[in-house]
Design a protein around this ligand. Structure first.
Ligand SMILES: NC(=O)c1ccc[n+]([C@@H]2O[C@H](COP(=O)([O-])OP(=O)(O)OC[C@H]3O[C@@H](n4cnc5c(N)ncnc54)[C@H](O)[C@@H]3O)[C@@H](O)[C@H]2O)c1
Length: 328
């Protein structure tokens, strides 16, 4: 019998990939989602015998208790959120309600119902700007969020890593994911790699701001592999712990991303708009998850570029400019 896992936000860009990956690895999956961007991302798994969907809003006080009344979960993978700096800036009250208040309610319910595992999708944006421009930040570096989005991620991490009383039966883990890219059944084109590749593949000119600033990137498929690894890891290694998810060799400046795209789309028009300062400039070390859990990525940035280029070239999406492929 597979383990029962609740995935919140399972209809989203990351969630629909993670749901498919965990189903194929033998888990029983319950997805809860309020379908802010629709539910098409789940149609590919809809008939899977081990898949169940609950339409629900986590900010509705009855949704979370009823999920736990109806199911005995072995783990929670918490992805539901208002995602990204622009979306949180546009809806700050809703962001606080979902990303912090409802998240805390979910955590408390998971503890009360003796759910052994809890994985929270956090982000490397928690690090903000690097103090040493030539160095790398790691899990012990100071957190310096520069947006409401990252501030709420830092606050919720602190709730389960520092503020709640530790319980030996409970194993919460924060995964600070790199910026994601790649194909998903719920596609997003407001993510740097996906957006740049799409625009260039459509023959458009692109303005690139702050081309020298560093960020780490990770394929969405590897998010699912990391979550599976943590669900299966010895609780002692992951309980009340934090891991960056990505690979140290996958830190790129935006200009380097453009250069990678140029290898596949030689004639592209780009206008760089330099900036002297960007609060989100960080290079991240991913050595901890490699050493302690043996995590290795399976795809690199050029793989993602190729995927997105093929998607556009073959016109798989009728209108890739549709607003539904963006979070704000
Ligand atoms: N995209 C990235 O680069 C990245 C990087 C690091 C971490 N993350 C984290 O991964 C998670 C998923 O991100 P994504 O890119 O899939 O975003 P997404 O917007 O595609 O998915 C979020 C999902 O949550 C659902 N949701 C939102 N509010 C809800 C509520 N109140 N009740 C129920 N469901 C609700 C939405 O309907 C959506 O399906 C987020 O927590 C995000 O912060 C993303």
């Amino acid at each position: 019998m597979g383990r029962n896992i609740l995935i919140t936000g399972g209809a989203g860009y990351v969630g629909s990939v993670v749901t498919g990956a965990l189903l194929s690895r033998g888990y029983n999956i319950v997805v809860v989602d309020n379908l802010s961007f629709g539910g098409e991302g789940l149609l590919g798994v809809w008939h899977h015998p081990n898949f169940k969907f609950v339409k629900g809003d986590l900010t509705d006080k009855t949704t979370i208790p009823s999920l736990f009344n109806d199911n005995q979960f072995d783990g929670v993978v918490h992805l539901a959120a208002i995602v990204g700096d622009p979306a949180c800036a546009k809806q700050p009250d809703l962001a606080r309600k979902i990303n912090l208040e409802a998240s805390t309610h979910l955590l408390e319910e998971a503890i009360k119902r003796k759910t052994p595992r809890f994985i929270f999708a956090s982000t490397c944006s928690n690090y903000g700007k690097m103090a040493d421009p030539n160095g790398y930040v790691d899990e012990n570096s100071p957190l310096a969020p520069v947006s409401l989005y990252a501030e709420l991620k830092v606050k919720f991490e602190s709730v389960f890593l520092k503020e709640i009383k530790k319980d030996e039966q409970f194993s919460p883990t924060a995964l600070r994911f790199a910026t994601v890219y790649g194909l998903s059944p719920r596609m997003r084109f407001d993510l740097t790699v996906n957006e740049f590749t799409k625009e260039f593949a459509l023959g458009r000119k692109l303005e690139v701001f702050g081309e020298k600033f560093w960020r780490p990137y990770c394929h969405v498929y590897d998010f699912g592999r990391a979550i599976d690894l943590v669900l299966n890891a010895d609780a002692k290694k992951v309980a009340y712990n934090v891991f960056n998810v990505g690979d140290t060799s996958e830190n790129y400046q935006k200009q380097m991303i453009v250069d990678e795209i140029k290898k596949l789309i030689p004639i592209l028009q780009v206008h760089y708009v330099s900036r002297n300062d960007d609060p989100r400039d960080y290079r991240v070390s991913f050595e901890k998850i490699k050493k302690e859990l043996g995590f290795q990525i399976s795809r690199r940035l050029p793989d993602g570029i190729r995927e997105v280029k093929n998607l556009i070239d073959q016109k798989i999406l009728l209108n890739p400019d549709d607003a539904k492929y963006k979070n704000s």
